[in-house]
Unconditional design. Structure first.
Length: 95
């Protein structure tokens, strides 16, 4: 799969980045090489490969599910401009 100069310029406009002609030429070459590598990877037979979340089958250590902080709702709401029934009141921004 190749990427065209028009595609690069279109993506640059969408991303709102300025790309001059030299950069477009370099990007066309570099992105073309990346897409060639992706095409090579697509050819690899992975039908016998089991999906895995981590290459080393590492397991994440979990901490106990316990409360570690005290509730400071009253202190935070005491300094808020407007609250009601434990909720913060904010100005309406959408009519």
């Amino acid at each position: 799969m190749a990427i065209s100069r028009d595609d690069i310029e279109k993506v640059a406009v969408l991303a709102r980045i300025r790309v001059d002609d030299e950069q477009v030429t370099a990007l066309e070459k570099d992105l073309g090489n990346i897409l060639l590598l992706v095409d090579q990877l697509q050819v690899a037979d992975t039908s016998q490969t089991e999906p895995m979340a981590h290459p080393l089958d590492a397991v994440q250590r979990l901490r106990p599910d316990t409360i570690t902080e005290t509730s400071q709702r009253e202190a935070f709401q005491a300094i808020a401009p407007a609250t009601e029934d434990g909720l913060y009141l904010v100005p309406r921004v959408i009519e």
